[in-house]
Design a binder for this molecule. Structure first.
Ligand SMILES: *Cc1c(COP(=O)(O)O)cnc(C)c1O
Length: 360
């Protein structure tokens, strides 16, 4: 068996230790005689799995008691609609457009009400985070929405926007659990787990209880009402059982390895290796302004499409896979989430140096 360094933006690498544990428990989960895949979600054994996952996540993120933790389906993309369905009382909200995912959320909100573009970095292919210190936020807006880490473009909000007292909703799909967060600064934080947390199939939403409405917009399906999910502890219907189980294992792996502060230090160290190389390279160039760089997704280019393609091909042959950039940016993108070991980043930089020497 030989495993590659997988730089995919998602689904992405998982800690090897977690995969090995899951493999060992595949046929018989802790003496139950069953795989977690085969279990009733109403069983005692499974109830303990989901309860422990929630408790561990609460500990990791220091989630206050007045926030609900929901395990949902439909991906982050379904949640784009759930936000306005559950939150648009005045049918008006502000969106900061920092990339394709923010834009999709904005477009989805327009189906339900008035979505206002508060700021955008579309003018420079989303290579920076716009100034959000004094946005045209009006009193009648129900919330302000951001995509905190822009997976495709490699930018991250280093500072949260001034929402002028409005509730902040944040998509943290690609920076989930990458560093500590102050949950109290948000009304709703959510993300698809397949980037930095677990396998595809679940969205985790952390929602302040007073924002879970009794009434949603007319026509909201039962499943998409946060109240339904909250009242049933994410077990209204069959949840993505196996995905939640693996997420739970990742939470335990994070707790064992020092929690989110330790993870942040490790992520800073990893990203620095790659950015330092890019900053001195004569061939490769990062595409994002320095002060808004993401620790998780690092896009870069050579400036020559043929050379980019050659790089991706040769890197793949060397066991460094999924480095092709998103089609809207071109070039390359290295996603270096929590589970990417520092050795993987070093291997990538060594390979880039070799490629640069050979193609000078
Ligand atoms: C991947 C991604 C999404 C879309 O996730 P799905 O689960 O595929 O719907 C949304 N937002 C961000 C920031 C992402 O990285």
């Amino acid at each position: 068996m030989s495993r590659v360094y997988n730089f995919s933006a998602g689904p992405a690498m998982l800690p090897e230790e977690v995969l090995k544990e899951a493999a060992a428990e595949m046929l018989d989960y802790q003496g139950s005689g069953q795989s977690v895949m085969e279990m009733s979600h109403r069983s005692k054994v499974y109830d303990q799995i989901i309860k422990e996952a929630e408790a561990d996540l609460r500990e990791l993120m220091n989630i206050p008691d007045n926030y609900k933790v929901l395990f949902l389906q439909g991906g982050a993309s379904q949640f784009f609609a759930e936000v306005p369905m559950n939150m648009m009382k005045n049918k008006k909200a502000g969106y900061i457009i920092t990339g394709q995912w923010a834009k999709k959320a904005y477009q989805e909100a327009k189906i339900y009400g008035e979505a206002v573009e508060l700021a955008s970095s579309a003018d420079k292919t989303f290579s920076y985070i716009p100034d959000c210190s004094d946005l045209p936020i009006t009193d009648d807006m129900d919330y302000v929405y951001i995509c905190e880490n822009n997976t495709i473009y490699g930018t991250k909000f280093q500072q949260l926007p001034n929402t002028k007292g409005k509730v902040l909703v944040s998509d943290i799909s690609s920076c989930f659990l990458s560093e500590p967060v102050d949950v109290t600064k948000y009304g709703v934080i959510y993300g698809g787990v397949q980037k930095n947390v677990g396998p595809a199939g679940a969205v985790i939403a952390i929602i302040r209880e007073d924002l879970i409405p009794d009434e949603c917009l007319p026509g909201t399906p039962t499943m998409l009402k946060w109240k339904t999910q909250a009242e049933n502890d994410s077990l209204y219907n069959t949840p993505p059982c196996y995905t939640i189980y693996i997420c739970g294992k990742v939470f335990k792996w994070l707790l064992k390895n020092g929690g989110l502060e330790a993870m942040k230090q490790k992520n800073i160290e990893k990203a620095k290796i790659l950015y330092d190389f890019l900053d001195q390279s004569k061939l490769f160039k990062g595409t994002v302004v320095k002060e808004d760089r993401s620790l998780m997704n690092v896009p870069f280019v050579t400036g020559n499409e043929e050379l980019d393609a050659k790089f991706v091909k040769e890197a793949t042959a060397a066991g460094l896979v999924n480095l092709k950039g998103h089609r809207s940016v071109g070039g390359m993108r290295a996603s270096i989430y929590n589970a990417m070991p520092i050795e993987g980043v070093k291997a990538l930089v060594d390979f880039m140096a070799k490629f640069e020497a050979e193609n000078a």
